[in-house]
Design a protein around this ligand. Structure first.
Ligand SMILES: [Zn+2]
Ligand SMILES: [Zn+2]
Length: 357
């Protein structure tokens, strides 16, 4: 176990050019300034999220802060705590997700919805209000505010807990917000890092789960993950067959071209909700207003979740044995891992094991 006397090393695998996005170089970096509520965490594992790929490729546009250290599905061990930290001690096993800071004073922050704080700082490719750069988890260590550090239940293996830090909460939070439970019919669009966890969480919450995928080859996996029904969306008749049957439809899809948005509105029940959590590089397709208006349906978005939500989600995962399907790689293979995600070759989450000293 580490102690406060050991020197923590700040090294990472970083991308220096978005055009060479799968070429990572080992760099030394400066963490943010240490504050009273901060925790230094020695990283053991980091999951590879679709967001990492959108950011290193510059797909989402905007400014990329180079060199860029991605990774926001972090599991590690507390190494040092600030003088005002009350929740954690040196040696505790903890996680960090996709958000690293918020103002803690606005209405969203006070209502346990800190993910919607206008001043929210992302875990990587972002800056703190004082200009310090936020660096992610393809690294030996991270410095995180206590509010954005989460205790990991003992029942959860570290490797299994990593993908829950972003993918897990991203799908759990909208299911919870839309009162998913017994008697509800939930549709999950897309089976990938997010979708494969969404199926399991919706089942754990007691819902009937219908999986919508353009790829018939995913049926076996969908059923193994707990899906009650599997619907192939490349067959245009699917919307007629499922018309008005789905209460909550959660879209984890990371594509927009050819996305049958109108058909998805058609399968929504009256006053049903279509929630988008995937963020493709391109805009969503246009749709005709009657698809929503004539049945009082809602089109919604959802971003990760709060600390309160993450703690609940971890408890549910431990209780119902929600488990990501993972492929572990040493972190030096992060270039291969991000290529696999970009090309859709991972079933369903790469977990990188820290290998730098
Ligand atoms: Zn993510
Ligand atoms: Zn705030």
């Amino acid at each position: 176990m580490s102690s406060e006397n050991d020197q923590l090393v700040w090294k990472a695998y970083a991308v220096k050019d978005t055009k060479k996005w799968s070429e990572f170089e080992i760099i030394n970096f400066e963490p943010k300034t240490f504050d009273d509520y901060d925790i230094d965490i020695k990283i053991n594992y980091c999951g590879v999220c679709g967001s990492d790929v959108h950011t290193i490729t510059g797909g989402w546009g905007g400014n990329t802060i180079l060199p860029l250290i991605t990774g926001h599905e972090i599991i590690g061990t507390v190494h040092r705590v600030g003088p005002k930290v009350t929740e954690f001690h040196v040696g505790d096993r903890v996680g960090v997700g996709a958000q690293i800071w918020s103002c803690l004073e606005c209405e969203s922050c006070k209502a346990d919805k800190e993910q919607y704080c206008a001043k929210a700082v992302d875990t990587y490719n972002d800056k703190y209000p004082n200009g310090d750069i936020a660096h992610g988890g393809y690294s030996t260590a991270i410095r995180a505010h206590e509010r954005f550090t989460f205790p990991i239940p003992k029942e959860l293996d570290s490797k299994m807990a990593a993908p829950l830090m972003c993918a897990g909460i991203t799908v759990y939070s909208p299911l919870k917000a839309n009162n998913v439970g017994k008697g509800k019919v939930v549709g999950i669009v897309g089976i990938g890092g997010l979708g494969h966890l969404a199926i399991q969480f919706a089942k754990a919450m007691g819902a009937k789960v219908i999986v919508f995928s353009h790829s018939p080859s995913k049926e076996k996996d969908a059923r193994e993950l707990g899906a009650d029904e599997f619907v192939v969306t490349s067959d245009a008749s699917f919307a007629n067959q499922w018309e008005r049957k789905i209460d909550v439809l959660l879209s984890t899809a990371d594509v927009s071209s050819g996305f049958p948005l109108g058909d998805f509105f058609k399968v929504l029940a009256a006053e049903g909700t279509f929630v988008v959590v995937g963020i493709p590089d391109d805009k969503l397709p246009q749709f005709a207003a009657p698809g929503l208006v004539l049945k009082g349906a809602k089109l919604a978005g959802s971003k990760i979740g709060s600390k309160k939500g993450i703690i609940e989600m971890l408890e549910l995962a431990a209780k119902h044995d929600v488990k990501a399907w993972i492929e572990e790689l040493p972190m030096k293979e992060c270039g291969t891992a991000v290529k696999d995600v970009k090309e859709g070759h991972v079933r369903y989450r790469h977990i990188l094991k820290m290998d730098l000293e």
